[in-house]
Design a protein around this ligand. Structure first.
Ligand code: SAH
Length: 356
């Protein structure tokens, strides 16, 4: 089995080169070839000694997930379907904006958390993505988009804090100046509120943190997000405070999906004010993205604006997420989309493979 160099951060590569009997400065050289020049052919890594190139060709590889779908929406949003093994595919989405380009990537195939409003949850949990599969999404997208990827958000499929062994080396590569060189403020991990994971991320690789709040009381959050029964709001807020001691930004972003008639009333806004005033935070309202067989509806725009105003009047910073990539099902929580009907997809895949 060849070692996939995409899966190794600087420390991992240092270990790998030590085993090969190579000098430590090779780490920097190879990181740059792989992540900055996105070269996967060792014979083309011209400043490596011939002997090392041969060794690498024999023992290593640079292998990203295979692109099996590539869709461009009218607003420029581009979505890739990536096959990670015979049975699983995940998605990555690039969202170009005036002053930044954000890549949204996945951390798991499926998800165990089963939030009521999320379509990924409906397909159940399949497996953790490896570091190579996580960073491979950024590697591929960087090759394919012309504009710069200035921000990465782990808001695709899966719960990143339940896969930290593989997520942390991927984050380190995003931050590494010899790889993607992103600042900690421009890399965001989003969690449903896995408290031990928040503490570990804070200690090992603090980046910007987004927390999927979605409800201002335990009673409602218990219903929408089963994980709240394990890690209720008071503990979650305390964990956010601990996180902020080391966070690169001085606030936590609370994501709040607007579900018509469920969590979008004036009383919810007032409860949310009480919660938000306990901690430095910004609130990001997300219009719900419907998917087949969901019981939920999107709060109308007018109601979302009203909800935002109630919070703003109390000096809470609120943004409302623009829904983008709707036509290609690239919006939040829709990433699982077709994965749920895996049988049909794998048939399509087989047909595509047979053709090529
Ligand atoms: N598991 C992580 C990250 C993945 S989801 C988390 O929970 O934060 C990224 C964001 O999209 C989360 O805030 C999630 O709650 C939200 N989301 C999920 N389903 C959605 C839907 N149908 N419409 C709008 N947002 C949704």
């Amino acid at each position: 089995m060849k070692t996939n160099l995409l899966g190794l951060d600087a420390a991992g590569l240092a270990g790998f080169f030590a085993e090969l009997g190579e000098k430590p400065f090779r780490v920097r050289q190879v990181l740059r070839w792989v992540h900055q020049r996105r070269e996967s052919d060792f014979t083309r890594m011209s400043d490596l000694a011939k002997g090392l190139r041969d060794k690498l060709a024999a023992q290593a590889c640079v292998e990203a997930p295979r692109i099996v779908g590539d869709t461009l929406a009218e607003d420029g949003t581009r979505k890739w379907l990536l096959k990670v093994d015979g049975a699983n595919a995940v998605e990555a989405v690039f969202i170009p904006e005036a002053r930044r380009g954000t890549l949204c990537i996945s951390s798991q195939a499926g998800c165990v958390l089963d939030c009521a409003f999320c379509s990924t949850g409906k397909q159940g949990f399949n497996r953790n993505l490896s570091t190579a599969e996580i960073i491979g999404q950024l590697w591929l997208a960087s090759r394919l988009v012309e504009s710069r990827i200035s921000n990465v958000v782990m808001m695709g499929m899966g719960e990143p804090l339940l896969n930290l062994d593989n997520v942390i080396p991927a984050l380190r590569l995003m931050l590494d100046d010899n790889a993607y060189g992103l600042s900690r403020r421009r890399v965001t991990v989003s969690t449903a509120g896995v408290i031990p994971g928040m503490d570990r991320l804070r200690d090992e690789c603090p980046v910007a943190l987004a927390v999927s709040l979605h409800a201002p009381t335990d009673a409602l959050r218990d219903r929408l997000m089963p994980i709240n029964r394990k890690y209720p709001l008071a503990e979650l807020i305390a964990a956010c405070r601990r996180y902020l001691e080391r966070a690169p930004r001085d606030f936590v972003t609370f994501e709040y999906v607007m579900l018509k008639g469920v969590n979008d009333g004036e009383e919810h806004a007032r409860q949310l004010i009480r919660l938000a005033s306990q901690i430095e935070c910004k609130i990001n309202l997300i219009p719900f993205n419907p998917f087949p067989r969901t019981e939920f509806r999107r709060t109308p725009g007018e109601r979302i604006r009203k909800f935002a105003q109630i919070l703003q009047r109390r000096d809470i910073t609120v943004t409302t997420r623009k829904t983008r990539g709707d036509a290609i099902d690239a919006a939040c929580g829709q990433l699982a989309g077709a994965v749920a009907d895996r049988t049909r997809r794998s048939k399509t895949l087989r047909i595509a493979e047979a053709r090529t």
